[in-house]
Design a binder for this molecule. Structure first.
Ligand SMILES: [Zn+2]
Length: 422
C-alpha cells in the first residue's frame, strides 16, 4: 500500500519536474529569440551585433541539448527503478560475485559504469559538436577519452575505499550509522579541498606560477589591502580544453591558491583582472565560502538521517521497483544508497531557486566588495568581455534566470555596479 503511494508520488514529481523544466526552457528560447535582432541599448557600444547573435544561438542550442539530456536521464531513471533495471542488475552482479562486500561494491561500480556509458554519447556530442560549432572546443578526441579514463581511475581509487568505509559503517555501527557516515563524508570533503588543488587538478592541467611582474605586484597590492594571504598565484592552461575563461581560488586555510585561466589573462587588462580577483576575494572575505560549506554539511546531515530512516522501510525499495527479499541479505545497504542518490534530485529539484537566490545575493555582495576595493568600472568592462567571450546571453528570460542562475543577469549586475560606483 505504502509502496504504491510512494511510486505514485515519485512519478508525480518526475512529471512535475519535466513540465517545469520544459516550460522554463521554452520561455528561455522564446525570450532569447525575441531579443536576438538587437543588442540591448546599455551594451550597444560594447558588444557587436554578431557577438550578441552568437550568444543567442549558443544559448538556444545549449537549452535544447539540455532538454534532450533531461529526457535521456529521466528515461534512465525510470528504467533503473520502476522498470526493474536495478533489480536485474543486482541479481546479475550477485551471480558473479556472491554475497558480501564485493557484491555491494561491484553493484555500485556496475551502475556507475553503465550510467557513464549512457551519458557518453551526449557528452561527446556536446564537446565535439555544440562547443565545436561555436568555437569553444579546444579538445581532441584523444584528450577527451584520456580525461575520461583518468577520471574513472581516480574515482575508483578515491571512491571505492570511501564507499567501502560507508558501507561498513552502515552494516556494523548500529542505528546511528548515518551520523558516523556523515562525519566520514564531511572529513572526506575537507580533505578533498586540500588535495584537489595540489594533487588532483595538476593531473589534468598544468599550473605555472604567474610570471607577469607588473600584474603580480598589482594583485599583491590588492591582497594586502583586503588582508588576504595566499599560497600563490597560478596560471592554468585552460586553453588546452576550452576557450571559456575563468578565475577561481581553491583550497582553504594556509593552502589557498588563486588560479587564473590563461584564456582569461590573455583577454583582460591588468586593472580588469584585479577587479575580477577583488570579486573572488570578496566571496572569501564575506565568508560566503565558509557559509556554503556549512550549508552543505548541514544538508548532508539531514539527507543522511533521512536515508537512515528510509533504509529500513520496505516501501522505499518496493515503491522504486526493487524487491529487497530477492536481494542477498547484506545487499540492501548498497541498494539503499543507490536508490537514494537516484531519486533525491527528483524531490529536491523544486528547491533549486532557493539555492540560486542565495547564490545571487552573494554575487551582489562580492560585486559591492570589488567596487569598494578596486574599480567598479573595471569590473563592468571585465564582465562585458567575459559575457562576450563566453557567449553568455545578455537577455535571459527573467523566470528561467531566477530559477537556475547562480549569477544575476548581466544588465542587473552592471546596474548595481554602476550604482555602487556613483
Ligand atoms: Zn562570484
Amino acid at each position: 500500500m505504502y509502496s504504491l503511494a510512494f511510486s505514485i508520488l515519485f512519478v508525480s514529481f518526475i512529471i512535475l519536474t519535466l513540465i517545469v523544466r520544459f516550460w522554463l526552457a521554452s520561455r528561455q528560447i522564446r525570450h532569447v529569440l525575441t531579443h536576438r535582432s538587437a543588442v540591448p541599448a546599455e551594451f550597444a557600444e560594447k558588444i557587436p551585433l554578431a557577438a550578441h547573435q552568437k550568444a543567442a544561438d549558443y544559448t538556444i542550442a545549449r537549452t535544447k541539448l539540455g532538454l534532450v539530456s533531461l529526457l535521456v536521464s529521466t528515461g534512465m531513471l525510470i528504467a533503473f527503478t520502476l522498470l526493474g533495471g536495478l533489480q536485474w542488475l543486482s541479481l546479475h552482479v550477485f551471480q558473479l560475485t556472491g554475497p558480501g562486500m564485493t557484491y555491494q561494491l561491484a553493484l555500485l561500480a556496475a551502475f556507475t559504469v553503465i550510467s557513464g556509458l549512457i551519458d557518453l554519447p551526449l557528452d561527446y556530442y556536446k564537446q565535439f559538436n555544440l562547443e565545436q560549432r561555436f568555437g569553444f572546443n579546444k579538445m581532441t578526441p584523444g584528450l577527451f577519452f584520456a580525461d575520461m579514463l583518468k577520471g574513472a581511475l581516480l574515482a575508483a581509487v578515491i571512491g571505492l575505499p570511501l564507499i567501502w568505509l560507508v558501507l561498513t559503517l552502515m552494516e556494523k555501527s548500529g542505528a546511528l550509522w548515518w551520523f558516523y557516515a556523515w562525519a566520514v563524508w564531511s572529513g572526506f570533503q575537507l580533505l578533498m579541498m586540500v588535495l584537489y588543488p595540489t594533487v588532483i587538478a595538476p593531473l589534468f592541467n598544468k599550473f605555472t606560477p604567474l610570471e607577469d611582474a607588473a600584474l603580480k605586484q598589482r594583485i599583491e597590492g590588492l591582497m594586502e589591502r583586503v588582508g588576504f594571504a595566499s599560497k600563490g598565484l597560478f596560471v592554468m592552461d585552460g586553453s588546452k580544453r576550452s576557450a571559456h575563461g575563468n578565475a577561481y581560488f581553491s583550497g582553504f586555510g594556509a593552502n589557498k591558491r588563486i588560479v587564473f585561466f590563461d584564456t582569461l589573462l590573455s583577454r583582460l587588462q591588468p586593472q580588469e583582472i584585479e577587479a575580477v580577483l577583488a570579486h573572488e576575494l570578496g566571496h572569501f572575505k564575506l565568508k560566503h565560502i565558509i557559509k556554503r560549506i556549512a550549508m552543505m554539511f548541514a544538508l548532508s546531515l539531514g539527507f543522511l538521517a533521512l536515508l537512515g530512516y528510509l533504509k529500513n522501510q520496505l516501501w522505499f525499495y518496493t515503491g522504486l521497483g526493487v524487491d529487497p527479499l530477492l536481494l542477498p541479505a547484506q545487499g540492501n545497504d548498497a541498494m539503499a544508497l543507490l536508490l537514494f542518490m537516484l531519486v533525491l534530485p527528483v524531490f529536491t529539484f523544486l528547491f533549486g531557486p532557493l539555492t540560486s537566490l542565495s547564490s545571487r545575493k552573494h554575487e551582489f555582495e562580492a560585486d559591492a566588495f570589488a567596487a569598494k576595493h578596486s574599480q567598479a568600472a573595471d569590473l563592468v568592462s571585465a564582465l562585458v568581455k567575459m559575457y562576450e567571450d563566453n557567449a553568455s546571453t545578455l537577455t535571459p528570460d527573467p523566470l528561467h534566470s531566477a530559477f537556475y542562475d547562480s549569477h544575476p543577469p548581466a544588465s542587473v549586475r552592471i546596474r548595481h555596479l554602476h550604482a555602487a560606483a556613483a
